[in-house]
Design a protein around this ligand. Sequence first.
Ligand SMILES: NC(=O)c1ccc[n+]([C@@H]2O[C@H](COP(=O)([O-])OP(=O)(O)OC[C@H]3O[C@@H](n4cnc5c(N)ncnc54)[C@H](OP(=O)(O)O)[C@@H]3O)[C@@H](O)[C@H]2O)c1
Length: 269
Amino acid sequence: MSLKSKVPGLKSPPAKRAAKVSQRQVRRPLASRLQPSDSDLPFVLVNMAMTADGKIATGNRAVASFGSARDHEQLLELRATADAVMAGARTVDTAKINLGPGGAKFRRRRRQRGLVESNVRVLVSGGGSIDPAAEVFQHRFSPIIILTTQRTPATKLRQLRALADEVKICGATEINFRAALRWLRARWGIARLICEGGGELNAALFRAGLVDELHLTVCPKVFGGRTAPTIAEGIGRLQLANAASLKMTSVRRRAGEIFLVFEVIRIAV
Ligand SMILES: NC(=O)c1ccc[n+]([C@@H]2O[C@H](COP(=O)([O-])OP(=O)(O)OC[C@H]3O[C@@H](n4cnc5c(N)ncnc54)[C@H](OP(=O)(O)O)[C@@H]3O)[C@@H](O)[C@H]2O)c1
């Protein structure tokens, strides 16, 4: 049974009602210590785990979960500070993930911070290739928003609209992430957004200069493999001067893993 059917006030048709209820709820202000952005964009964190050789999955994508229980706890801790969690289509349909807030402890922390119990979930699928049978769609505890483009065929668009609370077309062939994030903030009240990969989506956000903070867990494994993805894929930057520059703000070593936090340095133009 879906979780939504257990939540008082959220009856059929669930998607539409959830959108209305949660849209109002997520507009609640976030505690200032959590660094909400005061611009018209959300504060964006990228949170990833990588091997010692910088891979986020094996070359065949079969293994993408390799962090410790502590790393998973850290992921949920971070989600408990955010209005929304975002992920790309391949991350969502290659793993059994629901992008939700986790157990009662984390939901309680959210409430203490003035957040709604469950974060909004934002999925990115420029061509609409996301699998309608993906695990994320099986759990109806919070709104699901899909960002896509006009490349998505009409039939697919109809299918996604039936699955999600809102499908937003954010460009003709490429997603305009600046406009998309501005829309997420204005329409859904998302002031703090965590992107949990994969590499292609992260790269687009870095490229657009939209990432504020990178949280990285370095795990004691080596996958190797030319085709194994890294935290930022896409076409990348070809000149040092264009690389995203980071300032390390925290290093913690726990049980054989290193937890790093970097602030993205903004260059005034
Ligand atoms: N270790 C970790 O922390 C971690 C975290 C997350 C994921 N992973 C792993 O990483 C792998 C997935 O990474 P990935 O880089 O292959 O895929 P991804 O970024 O998760 O998803 C790629 C898909 O998302 C959509 N997308 C991403 N960026 C887009 C953009 N700029 N514009 C439009 N659409 C965009 C596209 O969907 P359409 O095809 O529909 O256009 C694209 O095919 C999986 O194996 C996953 O398990 C590991």
